[in-house]
Design a protein around this ligand. Structure first.
Ligand SMILES: [Cu+2]
Length: 155
């Protein structure tokens, strides 16, 4: 009896966890949007997620917007000699049949002057705009650590 109750509750938990972190627009799927928790006076933060293109044509992320920031930009990291620095980019390519990871040390969405502190456990909406698939609103979870499924980009 106990074992049966336990397995039922585990099943319910895992289903809701998946539903809460996946978003679809057209042929695109956006997984596990998150932002790293920062001190209350931090001037900027970054948003990460994985976007999978299950379609047959390439798409690209062309912009993002959130009511929780004064300004939002698409960024990547570039290595110049031994120095890694961030640079603004106009778009992020999502080729057909691939998954593109926005992650620390790589592509990310920069949010400037967060209106509410990026405290662990907070959530805020973010609208993504894709060239072909159009707009989709996702919810970003503020976390002190990267989610297990997000991994890390190599520098
Ligand atoms: Cu940046």
């Amino acid at each position: 009896m106990f074992a049966r109750l336990l397995s039922t509750s585990l099943l319910i938990f895992s289903c809701s966890a998946v539903l809460a972190t996946e978003y679809r627009v057209g042929e695109l799927q956006i997984d596990t949007p998150w932002s790293r928790a920062l001190p209350p006076n931090a001037p900027a933060g970054a948003v990460y997620f994985t976007v999978k293109n299950g379609g047959l044509t390439a798409d690209r992320l062309t912009g993002a917007d959130t009511p929780n920031a004064a300004k939002t930009e698409l960024h990547t990291h570039l290595r110049t000699g031994e120095v890694m620095r961030m640079q603004r980019i106009d778009s992020i390519e999502v080729p057909a049949g691939t998954a593109v990871k926005l992650a620390p040390g790589g592509h990310h969405i920069m949010i400037f002057k967060p209106k509410r502190p990026l405290a662990a456990g907070e959530r805020f909406p973010l609208t993504l705009e894709f060239e072909k698939a159009g707009k989709v609103e996702i919810e970003v979870e503020v976390r002190s650590d990267a989610p297990a499924s997000a991994g890390h980009e190599h520098h």
